[in-house]
Design a protein around this ligand. Structure first.
Ligand SMILES: Cc1cc2nc3c(=O)[nH]c(=O)nc-3n(C[C@H](O)[C@H](O)[C@H](O)COP(=O)(O)OP(=O)(O)OC[C@H]3O[C@@H](n4cnc5c(N)ncnc54)[C@H](O)[C@@H]3O)c2cc1C
Length: 443
């Protein structure tokens, strides 16, 4: 795999660890040697050292509900960019164990609306420097992202997206079927199938990254600056004085906070109801699975909106596959046979070699879906209460920009320009951000 083999973000992680340039001077291939020495010498010294606080303080400047990537990133940027460190991040389960742990890690900026493209572009830029920023290898791997078009309508949308992308400085172009087949040789380009491939929206910066490392990295960086993370702590109520949030009730007691940030993904409507306002969000399970690992065979990320499937190959060799959301709302992360059966029927049309592989693992997360496929971010009708929600099936790629801009919003008490289109009041002002045409698969 091209980019992975380069290990673009690798760097010797701690003092005393081997220096790649030394090895290079001796004429030895620096990377394997550096990796070997790192494995033998550095060991786990560089692994995140996360120390839990057994007890709460009485008061915090900021309480973040949800220790997923978004909540942790917000705490990290509050501490590192705004000097606010008296923060508690609370999670009813464990660090990064929600959708952050369950997603298929596709990162891209090839959206449809100018608001969306500008927002995800900033996230991709932050992702590119994240290993350096957090001093942890998030294994950022640029693969190229193909949104296949099987109909004239899909080709039209691809052209539209490509033009918006180019206009805003995002690298995307429409390519024809021959070029798709050349760039992605494992794809079945036969015309003797239900939905022959006519072309694709090709987005070279499309990437994958290690989701756990993103969550741990933000947690490590935040905790090193004094932020507390409290797993096993469910927020059961929001304390208010008039219309101002002043604290939270948890299953471990009450805590007070100057500002409160809600970043709970699939539980968004439930938690906002405790704060006293409603969200235009439906909660729907989203499933994924991986095959047994095989040698590198698919370098690219391939998505088909018409067939409702997408696929990439992980660094471990597993084929990582997903599709559309389940057809009904539910607060459950169970897996179903129907999902797997439907997914495979379509996948085999694109990649017939998949019939040789067995599914190794299957799982689900809980997606908070908005009607316009865009997030809900920033200020809320409750004073001092901030929200980061509506991340549906597309929020991992936004983790850095969410943290960065939510931290700005909380620190200044103002909606940053980049987040203005995603304010909750757009649903009252009939000013939606129609991002549906850029959903990775049809929902
Ligand atoms: C199968 C699947 C595939 C996906 N693939 C992609 C993809 O390829 N690319 C992409 O960009 N996005 C993808 N997503 C979406 C992405 O995973 C999410 O949008 C993103 O992870 C949301 O991050 P988060 O930090 O907001 O939420 P989470 O990681 O879910 O964190 C929220 C946390 O809040 C906690 N919580 C909830 N209620 C409470 C409470 N009352 N008190 C305290 N804590 C609480 C939960 O325990 C959880 O840890 C996918 C999602 C799924 C399920």
């Amino acid at each position: 795999m091209r980019k992975q083999a380069e290990w673009g973000n690798f760097r010797p992680p701690s003092p005393g660890a081997p220096e790649v340039p030394d090895a290079a001077r001796r004429g030895v291939d620096p990377l394997p040697l550096a990796l070997l020495k790192y494995g033998l010498n550095a060991g786990y010294r560089d692994a995140p050292q996360l120390r839990w606080q057994p007890e709460f303080k009485k008061n915090y400047d900021v309480i973040v509900i949800g220790a997923g990537g978004h909540g942790l990133a917000t705490a990290y940027y509050l501490a590192s960019r705004h000097g606010i460190t008296n923060i508690a991040v609370l999670d009813k389960a464990w660090l990064g164990g929600g959708n952050t742990a369950r997603n298929t890690t596709i990162i891209r900026a090839n959206y449809l609306t100018p608001e969306g493209v500008a927002f995800y572009k900033e996230s991709v830029e932050l992702f590119r420097g994240l290993s350096e920023e957090l001093d942890i290898n998030i294994m950022y791997s640029e693969r190229g992202h193909f949104t296949l078009a099987h109909t004239d309508a899909a080709m039209r949308t691809a052209r539209w997206r490509a033009e918006v992308n180019k206009h805003l400085g995002v690298d995307s172009e429409v390519i024809d079927a021959d070029e798709v087949g050349r760039l992605c040789p494992t794809l079945n380009m036969s015309e003797d199938v239900r939905y022959p491939i006519l072309g694709a929206l090709y987005h070279p910066p499309g990437a994958l990254a290690r989701h756990d490392a993103v969550a741990w990295g933000y947690a490590k960086g935040a905790m090193a600056r004094g932020v507390e993370v409290h797993p096993g702590t469910e927020v059961t109520g929001i304390l208010k004085q008039g219309n101002r949030a002043v604290g939270v009730e948890t299953d471990r007691g009450t805590i007070y906070g100057g500002k409160i940030v809600q970043a709970v993904a699939g539980s968004s409507s439930r938690v906002s109801a405790r704060a006293g306002f409603r969200l235009p969000i439906k909660t729907i399970p989203l499933q994924a699975c991986v095959s047994e690992p095989v040698k590198p065979i698919l370098d690219q990320i391939v998505v088909s909106g018409s067939l409702h499937v997408y696929i990439s190959q992980s660094a471990r060799g597993e084929m990582v596959m997903g599709g559309t959301t389940d057809p009904y709302g539910l607060y459950s992360s169970r897996s179903t046979f129907e999902f797997k059966e439907g997914l495979m029927a379509h996948m085999l049309e694109l990649f017939p070699f998949m019939s040789e592989l067995r599914v190794l693992r299957q799982w689900a997360g809980i997606a908070d879906m908005t009607p316009d496929f865009s997030p809900v971010m920033g200020l809320t009708p409750v004073e001092n209460y901030y929200i980061d929600a509506g991340w549906g099936t597309w929020g991992f790629k936004a983790t850095p920009v969410c943290g960065f801009r939510m931290a700005e919003c909380v620190a200044t008490g103002r909606q940053p320009d980049l987040l203005r289109p995603f304010a909750l009041d757009r649903f009252h002002n009939f000013d939606l951000v129609g991002e549906k045409g850029a959903a990775s698969v049809g929902h």
